[in-house]
Design a protein around this ligand. Structure first.
Ligand SMILES: O=C(CO)COP(=O)(O)O
Length: 158
């Protein structure tokens, strides 16, 4: 598929989603605790259980969506398509099959489509949190939806 891209900018204050599967929640809690001073400078979002856990343990406000198995991954995915998230820190469990595996896959797919930064493990999250881009206005490319529609409608109507 030939998708034209356009340049936009990630804001200085990033919108960061934090998500962890059950076996990875302790690891995400440790990581978040270690980087809380940096994370507090940004806007934090999370799926339901992860969000409640982090908010209680870290005493920092987090916008909480629905729990993953009940549709939280899809909510995160929808926010990505609306360009309301810049960074996803998703400690997903590579060992356990989940009832909502299709939702996880869909979330990772739309993140790739919209060129959103995704860390699926702690090493990548470490690189992202220490990147100078985290505190800068960051130009990056996303699909040019207006161009996409123009081309598709042009094709359909001849
Ligand atoms: O299942 C999840 C991501 O796929 C996370 O959901 P919870 O934060 O509600 O556990």
């Amino acid at each position: 598929m030939d998708i034209e891209m356009k340049q936009i900018a990630m804001p200085v204050q990033k919108r960061i989603a934090l998500i962890a599967h059950d076996n990875m929640k302790q690891d995400l809690l440790d990581w978040t605790r270690k980087h809380i001073a940096t994370l507090k400078q940004h806007k934090l979002f999370a799926t339901g259980t992860t969000g409640h856990l982090l908010e209680n343990k870290l005493q920092t406000p987090i916008t909480k969506l629905i729990s993953g198995p009940l549709g939280g991954d899809q909510q995160i995915g929808a926010m990505i398509t609306e360009q309301k998230l810049d960074i996803i820190i998703f400690f997903w469990d590579p060992y356990e099959p989940m009832p909502h595996d299709p939702d996880v896959k869909a979330l990772l797919r739309v993140a790739a489509v919209w060129n959103v930064a995704v860390a699926c493990n702690r090493s990548t999250a470490d690189f992202m949190i220490s990147s100078p881009l985290l505190n800068e206005l960051h130009p990056y490319k996303v699909p040019d939806y207006e161009r996409y529609l123009e081309k598709r409608l042009g094709k359909t109507t001849g």
